[in-house]
Design a protein around this ligand. Structure first.
Ligand code: EPU
Length: 419
């Protein structure tokens, strides 16, 4: 099992090009199943989750070539409709293939997906939405069997009880080639959903309203292949910004997605960290000690503060001056990183969905284990600002979402090596 050995205390400084987005590349890769032709995805991040997605495509009969920054996917030969259990368990986004397989084949067999353990992550909204679109679903022996008796889903009016990102994406994927119109009310508004829709429109889909809470999809007969550039990863961006703030450095983030990162930046600015935006770049500079954030930091669906950036911001605030309070409203169990931060000397008290972070003067290196993707990244942020050496194990979690993590951190002057 690999680990990162991180020696803290170096001020990070330099410029980086932001990687492509994990959370939009995965549903887009699923969407290539619907295209009758070759899709070329540019700026596709090289991540273990992307490799898992390509293995799913291969087992369904697609040809998928991944080379640095590009994925070339040919779905003409798709013949399968079952995703084996071991591939379903590799990541949460395996569930996103359901909508696309149903759209292409009219039938699919899956099992409960894996992914980060952030509390219970049911798929009830996904299944209820498919049922409304004419899909028969049965569950036996751990397999979920979905079948559309007529072979083609029909449009439906679906009102989500919560703006779930994955459910919104799955409905869109199933609806683009369904018969008739699908309307999603209370749809998720995350930028990655807009990226998926831009890709699908380039393949010939008719979608309106993405980025708003009412999305209307008019089913078309067929989609064709296209060349598409995946948006930059706003959460990787937030991670490197938090790292700079925590270590007292200077960063130029090139190819940044500025308006999409705004909900994170507007909170971080309250710490006194200097953030300047120009020409598609974000410039970050930390001067004196960060101030704690006065208002409660509440994670909310976009355009609220992103749950995926909660842990990395917390790591920057553990040595801030004063007390900051977090409220996690998206997942039941997204404070699993706090035990490691406490082991490093942080003063954090978790009470249900609230975490109170009292700033300390210093934290220290320790032997810790990544618990999940963003929690693991947060531990690396803390380790880079700590005194002494941290051994961070279970880094396969970090590899799921950060491309060449140690190379990026080293290029900024951070002392990190993989062992
Ligand atoms: N939920 C249900 N039933 C469902 C679906 C969701 O109760 O059928 C609940 C979840 O349990 C959770 C809430 O709704 O409490 C939000 O879940 P959502 O469906 O919005 O999240 P997701 O699609 O599973 C995506 C990202 C997550 C990100 C969330 C929220 C991907 C692959 N994952 O997850 O990213 O935190 O949206 O923005 O896009 C990460 O990148 O580290 C990550 C976890």
């Amino acid at each position: 099992m690999q680990k990162f050995v991180i020696s803290g205390g170096n001020r990070l400084s330099g410029e980086i090009n932001l990687q492509g987005s994990k959370n939009s590349s995965l549903p887009i890769i699923a969407g290539t199943l619907l295209a009758d032709g070759e899709c070329v995805l540019k700026n596709c991040p090289v991540l273990s989750d992307v490799y898992s997605a390509s293995r799913i495509l291969n087992c369904l009969g697609c040809k998928c070539q991944l080379s640095s920054g590009n994925a070339v996917i040919d779905s003409i030969g798709v013949s399968g409709f079952e995703i084996p259990d071991e591939l379903m368990r590799e990541m949460r986004s395996s569930i996103m293939f359901m909508g696309a397989i149903l759209g292409r084949m009219g039938e699919c067999i899956v099992s409960i997906p894996g992914g980060c353990e952030l509390g219970s992550r049911p798929i009830d909204m996904h299944l209820a939405s498919f049922r409304k679109m004419g899909v028969d679903i049965s569950d036996s022996g751990g397999k979920i069997h979905c079948r559309i008796p007529s072979g083609k889903a029909h449009g439906a009016k679906i009102s989500l009880s919560f703006p779930s990102v994955g459910t919104t994406e799955n409905i869109i994927l199933c609806a683009v080639t369904a018969k008739g119109d699908t309307i999603i009310n209370n749809a998720a508004r995350e930028p990655e959903i807009c990226d998926l829709c831009r890709f699908l429109r380039k393949c010939g889909a008719d979608i309106k309203g993405d980025g708003e809470s009412r999305i209307v999809i008019r089913g078309v007969k067929k989609l064709h292949g296209c060349e598409y550039t995946i948006m930059p990863d706003r959460i990787a961006g937030a991670t490197y910004i938090a790292m700079t703030a925590a270590t007292g450095g200077e960063l130029i983030l090139k190819n940044a997605c500025i308006s999409e990162t705004e909900p994170f930046i507007s909170v971080l600015e309250q710490t006194g960290c200097g953030i300047y935006i120009a020409d598609n770049r974000i410039y970050v500079r930390k001067g004196a000690r960060l101030h704690a954030i006065k208002d409660r930091i509440r994670t909310m669906p976009h355009p609220g503060f992103p749950t995926d950036a909660q842990a990395v911001l917390m790591s920057a605030l553990i040595t801030a001056d004063g007390t900051s309070v977090f409220e996690e409203n998206i997942f039941d169990c997204r404070y699993r990183h706090t035990d490691a931060l406490i082991k490093m000397g942080a003063d954090i008290q978790v009470m249900g969905k609230v975490a109170v972070v009292r700033g300390v003067n210093k934290i220290y290196g320790a032997d810790i284990e990544a618990t999940d993707l963003r929690g693991g990244a947060a531990m690396a942020v803390a380790a880079l600002s700590a005194e002494g050496t941290t051994n961070l194990s279970n880094i396969y979690h970090i590899d799921r979402g950060y491309e060449k993590f140690e190379e990026v951190v080293s290029s900024l002057g951070g002392k990190i090596r993989r062992e």
